[in-house]
Design a protein around this ligand. Structure first.
Ligand code: LLP
Length: 425
């Protein structure tokens, strides 16, 4: 059940009305539900119960410290893609020992920091990166734990910007080159080859491509074992989609079903191997943990009838929520206090000076200036992708827990935005 429901004529987050939140904190504001967050993580944790498995939350989806803190306490590890994200893990009390470092362009400084903090593993994406990591680890008198991100060349059937597992993508080591790359890695003196990983794309509604990728990883793990390279973990990445609610959309496969099928295959494979030793399984979910835990609360400034279209001009914009303009993503729009009366078809747009500044198109709404709207399912890749374009301070973020609301990020003020700048002397 969604934790964003109408009660007494107003949309609520848990037991707090979004109108009350707007009155107290202003708009635009990201509003999250703590119960939804713990429920989503719980679905992964329950499916992993009793197994050697680790859920490394891909914090690029939403890296607010309050969210990281709650997930860390619930037992999550983290998937990071920068030194900055590692510092967030530490600031939130997360365990670097349960943190994996993904990404194609890790700098020397980032590698050093991650080694100093004793992260669980580096997900390495190329041969030059292997060499750099080997050198950095050697210079510190250390050995770096590595997994190779293999590109299984599986079609994830998702938006091209968020598909990552095809040959044409910049990510990972090509499947056909993987064996050779593992041999090179195993020969480097300051690396410990411990795992294999992949991530084929995001917003996958069906788990078939994920299971296909799993089969390819399994094949490779067996080949490597025959060569004497024994891996301790298998990381299948993230990617499970969510229901954004557009009409006719296919609902995503439930987390428990996907993990059930995945573990069944892994169990059957391990049982078929001599000795059948267990292998640790790692997941890197982002969106499926946070997307439906958040909404973006925004107020209508003006209604502007156009020649061809009607516009609802709101106080949130593409800088607050990039997904619609960047991916033509459909996000739900709900009036916080629905009104009676005839609906008109509106494009919901922001004040930024770009035609691409839209949040939703062609929505039937009965609304008036001053009304609040909630952009639904905005907890993932909303705030983390926000910018300061047009010198707009980023939105406030609040978290609701039952009937309590807490500010978890202050609204930015314009003076904050140019505080690091200086004029010529
Ligand atoms: N692991 C790796 C290596 C990744 O690159 C990603 C996401 C994830 C895990 C988490 O994937 P998820 O479970 O969230 O699908 N900004 C886009 C999504 C970009 C995803 C990038 N990588 C959007 O708003 O749709």
């Amino acid at each position: 059940m969604s934790h964003f429901q109408y009660q007494n004529g107003a949309l609520h987050a848990e037991r707090v009305s979004l109108s009350a939140i707007a009155a107290q904190f202003g708009s635009p504001t990201y509003v999250y539900s703590k119960a939804a967050l713990l429920e989503n993580f719980g679905a992964y944790a329950d499916a992993c119960q009793g197994r050697d498995a680790l859920v490394c939350y891909a914090m690029k989806a939403n890296s607010n410290l309050a969210i990281l803190d709650l997930l860390a306490r619930a037992g999550a590890g983290f998937d990071i893609v920068s030194g900055g994200e590692l510092l967030r893990v530490i600031a939130a009390g997360g365990d670097p020992g349960k943190t994996i470092f993904s990404g194609v362009g890790k700098t020397v400084e980032e590698m050093r920091l991650a080694l100093e903090k004793n992260i669980l593993c580096f997900n390495v994406e190329s041969i030059p990166e292997l060499h750099r990591l080997n050198e950095v680890a050697g210079s510190m008198g250390r050995r770096a734990p590595v997994s190779l991100r293999v590109n299984p060349n599986v079609d994830a059937k998702t938006h091209p910007y968020i598909a990552t597992g095809l040959k044409a993508n910049k990510f990972g080591v090509a499947f056909d080159d993987a064996l050779q790359t593992y041999r090179s890695a195993a020969a480097l003196p300051h690396l410990d080859v411990v795992g294999i990983d992949c991530h084929i794309g995001s917003q996958l509604l069906d788990d078939a491509p994920l299971l296909e990728a799993l089969d390819k990883l399994i094949e490779l793990i067996d080949t490597l074992a025959d060569e004497g390279i024994h891996l301790h973990h298998l990381d299948i990445g993230g990617g499970l989609g969510v229901n954004y609610g557009a009409e006719g959309d296919q609902p995503p496969v439930p987390v428990g079903d996907y993990l059930g099928r995945l573990f069944a295959r892994i169990d059957a494979w391990r049982a078929g191997r001599h000795g059948g030793q267990p292998i640790k399984v790692i997941f890197e979910p982002g969106r499926s943990i946070v997307a439906d835990t958040g909404v973006l609360l925004t107020r209508i400034e003006f209604l502007k009838p156009g020649v061809e279209k009607n516009f609802a001009i709101v106080d949130a914009a593409m800088n607050d929520l990039m997904r619609p303009t960047l991916y033509q993503a459909w996000m739900g729009v709900q009036p916080v206090v629905p009104r009676e009366g005839d609906k008109l078809t509106y494009d919901v747009v922001g004040p930024v000076c770009e035609s691409g500044d839209w949040l939703a198109r062609e929505r039937d709404l009965a609304v008036a200036p001053g009304d609040l709207l909630a952009i639904m399912t905005a907890g993932a890749y909303g705030m983390t992708m926000a910018s300061n374009y047009n010198t707009r301070g980023r939105a406030a973020e609040v978290m609701v827990d039952g009937d309590r609301v807490q500010l978890i990020r202050q609204r930015e003020h314009p003076a904050d935005l140019f505080a690091l700048e200086s004029m010529l002397e």
